[in-house]
Design a protein around this ligand. Structure first.
Ligand SMILES: Nc1ncnc2c1ncn2[C@@H]1O[C@H](COP(=O)(O)OP(=O)(O)OP(=O)(O)O)[C@@H](O)[C@H]1O
Ligand SMILES: [Mg+2]
Length: 234
């Protein structure tokens, strides 16, 4: 029996462990040790913790970009371990937006083309409605004037804003953002913070955001800390 979607957490991480095994038989580095987290649809969660504590590792597991050694990651009640590659790719495309720790914009494509990349991945041409959405979102983040420029000509904050727009172009239920304000000055960081808050508050996008910024963490509300491979509610 399928449960009512409302009663199932959007993201559930159950006792997940992950170790990296260096080549050459050196001892494995244990990064996640029984990490657990439950995120309800509509929540905004900040993940904080020292450098190297496993925050990006955790985000990759939630985004189905990597697999845990033990434990389960469930999205909308479905254990990712039960899905094949094609289903995982579909899930990443349809439900999840990812803002990576470095923005990964394509240098030879304009800002507008960059934000349409996830759409083009699924189709041979762009639906005009999606292109309208791209223009609308770029306007919302103040990038209308920059839309036809190459990322190399943008400031760090403008590139991050473009990366956020690209991540939400297909209206994902879940946005995973890894240090979206890293390397930005305070003003640019505040802009990204309010953009994320809007996406959560106005559009209902569930947010899981890794950040070193106390300000951004407070803006999001719920804060969990990665500590010795586990997640601790603050
Ligand atoms: N692909 C990999 N192979 C081997 N070790 C890795 C790999 N990815 C991460 N690690 C190691 O796992 C640990 C956790 O890395 P992770 O990138 O998750 O940390 P983080 O909390 O995101 O750090 P930061 O705040 O610096 O981004 C680190 O010690 C890192 O060196
Ligand atoms: Mg990281």
């Amino acid at each position: 029996m399928a449960l009512m979607s409302a009663s199932v957490p959007l993201v559930e991480i159950r006792q997940v462990t992950k170790a990296y095994r260096p080549p050459g038989g050196a001892p494995a580095i244990s990064v996640l040790r029984a990490a657990s987290l439950t995120v309800t649809a509509g929540e905004a969660v900040a993940i904080v913790g020292p450098s190297g504590s496993g925050k990006s590792t955790l985000l990759n597991l939630i985004g189905a970009l990597d697999q845990p050694d033990e434990g389960e990651v469930l999205l909308d009640g479905t254990a990712l371990s039960t899905l094949g590659e094609a289903a995982l790719a579909r899930l990443r495309r349809d439900k999840i937006g990812f803002v990576f720790q470095s923005h990964h914009l394509l240098p030879h494509c304009s800002v507008l083309e960059n934000v349409l990349v996830p759409v083009l991945a699924g189709h041979s041409h762009t639906d005009p409605a999606i292109e309208d959405r791209a223009r609308h979102l770029l306007k919302r983040v103040g990038l209308t004037e920059r839309m036809h420029q190459l990322p190399g000509r943008l400031s760090g904050g403008e590139r991050q804003r473009a990366a956020v727009v690209r991540a939400v172009i297909q209206n994902p239920a879940l946005l995973l953002a890894d240090e979206p304000t890293g390397a930005l000055d305070r003003a640019a960081a505040t802009e990204i913070g309010s953009l994320l808050a809007d996406l959560n508050g106005l559009d209902g996008v569930t947010l899981i955001v890794v950040t070193h910024s106390r300000e951004l963490a407070e803006q999001l509300g719920r804060v969990v800390e990665m500590r010795d491979g586990r997640l601790v509610e603050l």
